[in-house]
Design a protein around this ligand. Structure first.
Ligand code: MV4
Length: 497
């Protein structure tokens, strides 16, 4: 691939990630173009950019997701390359191809690699023969009930039915016994059809109490692929990550190497280029299984940056220019420990419902080992049209204990007024014995969090918490068929149906 210097970069995104990408571009001497919707006119990322172009109304379907508008802006402004951030068009192969056709570099992998990894069955198929461990299950899409029964009997219940077009936990259904299989399968197929326009489903053995460990990979166009170690993201609620850390508190150096090499093989199976994340489940017995590969820069990439000392956005841009990775695997080392918490405008005392409003007070924490990636300022209103994430708070320390202590200090220093946020919940996690010991899995929130737990942390919230506890009664779920939200989520969401 020919080398092509990027002089002007358009960021096809908004909020904190748009700002974060443009900061690296600026440091590289690359001029930046922002695109913004009606709702983002006054956003910091728009002011930061060298040029900014209005692209339409607030709903993303009329602005951030309109491929033709974005390609049009690129041509008008003679943009060399586009960074898609995460979400929006970041994993859309058609967007990458449309840019390619116009001679514009997409900062990311090939449309083909995105397509394969976007289809969970195609992804499993691709990695076969690359020595990547997979959860036992069906070879491809399930053909019907007979096959489902046969497979379930071989791998034993409980099993998990997953949508081929799903991902990130969407379209999954646990079946605990044969009696629930027919209904579970029918429902999974119809849900997959409705949600993704593709009714293909497959079956896997359900891994109980797994940890979510993902490996950051980075590949250049010269055949070099490295792993930048792992992130542990087991503190989630309803498949939304809340706390992430690097490195994992449980991996031995030998396990780290095995998972890292498996992740590199996943990347190689699709000739991956750029930054990517390979997601694994780690079971209680220490076995790990490939789940999916995310073909974008992830929200939680800063924890990897903190422990490796690398700037992942700069690496993405260099690789997109055709440069070789500036390191070999042997040269990469882990320095200390980093933790990220996501600060959402959501009310942990009210089932984490979005709490949209104006930031009457906004004062992020500072000091040694603290990084805040945000996209808002005091006085701004959080738009209802997008993800309600206000900021990512990241701390780094020489040890995990120091990173935790810094996170507690930073959360206590974070002043946000006007909206409820997930900060008290994150403070609860930091103080919890399971988290502190490192012995936690993806059921952490279900097993340990009740809104009442925040009472002690927030004495002045006492009345609200008492109100909430009055309606807190776990509903009995007798059916053999459960959505994973019911199995893995907090019991009180059942009451919302
Ligand atoms: C699983 C699983 C148990 N067994 N697969 C959820 C997101 C998607 N990437 C994979 N997911 C899961 N797949 C098998 N065979 C449990 C989950 C899962 C999960 C995974 C990672 C983090 C949080 C989770 C919460 C619920 C379920």
């Amino acid at each position: 691939m020919a080398k092509k210097k990027i002089k002007k970069l358009l960021v096809a995104n908004r909020g904190e990630i748009a700002l974060r990408v443009m900061r690296s571009a600026r440091e590289m001497g690359i001029s930046t173009v922002a695109v913004y919707s009606e709702a983002d006119r006054n956003a910091p990322f728009v002011r930061f950019a060298d040029e900014a172009v209005f692209i339409g109304p607030a709903p993303s379907k009329e602005s951030y997701l309109v491929v033709e508008k974005l390609v049009g802006v690129c041509k008008d402004l003679k943009v060399d390359a586009v960074h898609p951030g995460y979400g929006f068009l970041s994993e859309n192969g058609d967007f990458a191809r449309a840019l390619e056709k116009s001679g514009i570099t997409f900062v990311g992998p090939s449309p083909e690699a995105m397509k394969v990894m976007g289809d969970k069955l195609a992804a499993k198929e691709a990695v076969k023969g690359f020595g990547v461990p997979l959860v036992p299950g069906t070879e491809g899409a399930v053909s019907g009930l007979d096959e489902a029964i046969a497979v379930a009997k071989t791998i034993k219940f409980p099993i998990l039915i997953k949508a081929a077009a799903g991902g990130g936990g969407k379209g999954m259904r646990v079946v605990v016994e044969e009696a629930g299989l027919k209904e579970g399968l029918e429902r999974a197929i119809s849900e997959a059809q409705n949600a993704f326009g593709d009714g293909s489903v497959f079956i896997e053995k359900y891994v109980a109490g797994p940890r979510h460990i993902e490996v950051q990979v980075m590949a250049d166009t010269h055949g070099n692929t490295c792993y930048l170690f792992e992130r542990e993201c087991s503190v989630q609620r309803r498949h939304q990550k809340v706390v992430e850390e690097a490195p994992s508190a449980v991996l031995s150096p030998a396990m780290r190497k095995r998972m890292g090499e498996a992740a590199v093989n996943v990347a190689k199976s699709v000739d991956y280029v750029g930054a990517g994340t390979v997601e694994f489940l780690l079971d209680e017995g220490g076995d790990f299984y490939f789940m999916e590969m995310n073909t974008r820069l992830q929200v939680e990439h800063p924890v990897t940056e903190m422990i490796t000392g690398l700037d992942l956005v700069k690496l993405q841009i260099r690789v997109a220019e055709g440069e070789k990775l500036p390191f070999t695997q042997d040269e990469l080392t882990i320095n200390g420990h980093a933790i990220e918490v996501r600060v959402y405008a959501e009310d942990p005392l009210n089932n984490f419902l979005p709490d949209i409003g104006t930031l009457t007070t906004y004062r992020p924490p500072q000091g040694p080992g603290v990084r805040v990636d945000d996209g808002f300022e005091e006085g701004m209103t959080i738009p209802i049209h997008y993800d309600p994430m206000i900021a990512k708070l990241i701390t780094h320390g020489a040890t995990r204990e120091e990173a935790i202590a810094r996170m507690e200090r930073a959360i206590d220093d974070y002043a946000i007024g006007g909206v409820e946020t997930t900060l008290p919940f994150c403070r609860f996690v930091m103080g919890h014995e399971s988290f502190r010991s490192g012995k936690y899995d993806t059921h952490f929130v279900r097993d340990h969090f009740k809104p009442e737990a925040l009472e002690a942390l927030e004495a002045d919230e006492f009345q609200a918490a008492a109100l909430v506890s009055g309606i807190w009664q776990a509903a009995a779920v007798p059916a053999a068929v459960k959505s994973t939200a019911e199995i893995d989520g907090s019991p009180w969401k059942l009451r919302r149906r």
